[in-house]
Design a binder for this molecule. Sequence first.
Ligand code: SF4
Ligand code: SF4
Length: 335
Amino acid sequence: MRLRDVPSADYAFAYRDPPTSGNAINGLGEADRRRPKSVFHGTGGEILAWSALDRLFVALNTGAAMWATVRNLWVLRDADGPLAETRVSVDDPSAMAASIKGKGRDFGADLVGVTPLVEEHVFEGRDIPYKNAICLGFAMDRAAMAGVPDRRSNREVMEAYVRSSKTAVRLAAHIRSLGWPARAYGLNCNDIQQLPLAINAGLGELGKHGSLICLDHGSNLRLSTVLTDLPLAYDSPVDIGVDDLCRTCRRCTIDCPPAAIGDAKQLVRGETKWYVDFDKCAPYFTKTWGCGICIEVCPWSEPGRGPRLSEKLLSKRNATAARQTAARDSVSTAA
Ligand code: SF4
Ligand code: SF4
């Protein structure tokens, strides 16, 4: 995708007293594992370090996006609800997972995966009483996203969140009708980290731009989640070759106006991974109705390209590994 003129990278908002760096709150440079802390996009009236910027983001949103936000909150009022009195017993978690995934797709999800809810993806201070996460992915309209960052893409993002919340709410209600507790999470979820859960559930991999990359939609998608105790078979993370391309591709690094995307993985709460500089991204993201440049310029987001790209990257990797093995074998034979 080719970018048109995009807004300059000067900051949208100046704090009288600068907040604590979002990178420090996120644990950039920390060697020990710990639970994440909320920094932006809070819920429930909680004051976060970057809440002022978040309020500006809401104020700058387009009317259409605001209306979508209101509808989203209205949908999510049914995130939880009463349980059926009779509980369906689950003898075969694989069959139940297949059935739940089918329901998720019937209700509108493009991607569905299941993973255990692990504490390291639950925000500090939250006590979440569920064992499993059902992760849902929703492709956005690529044509509507083609002009990022603009008002049309802002509206499409917020509409995708409405779709994602509706599906999560319907799926959670279905699970509760089976007598098992379930809660839907959509927009502004700050109890759990939806992205790493989606990676664990096999929806895709983490890209250099800090977002999910999936095989069929690249990064042109949004997530929602259902947490539940319903016994379900788990999916595994996938390897579609994302790291192989991110190591040499610099598309998002070059196109990110505030230069928030670096070319090396970084240590974040005990894990070395791709990381986006929060302090550089967030003000530009706010100024531009949610930006989205990095996810749309990513080659994986080009419709129909992912499967071919993955096949090429994985076969190149296999060929390289075979050559290296042959070279090692010939050295040891000569010795
Ligand atoms: S959303 Fe992506 S392109 Fe936009 S400022 Fe943030 S990192 Fe950069
Ligand atoms: S644009 Fe290139 S470097 Fe950035 S996430 Fe996509 S493949 Fe990786």
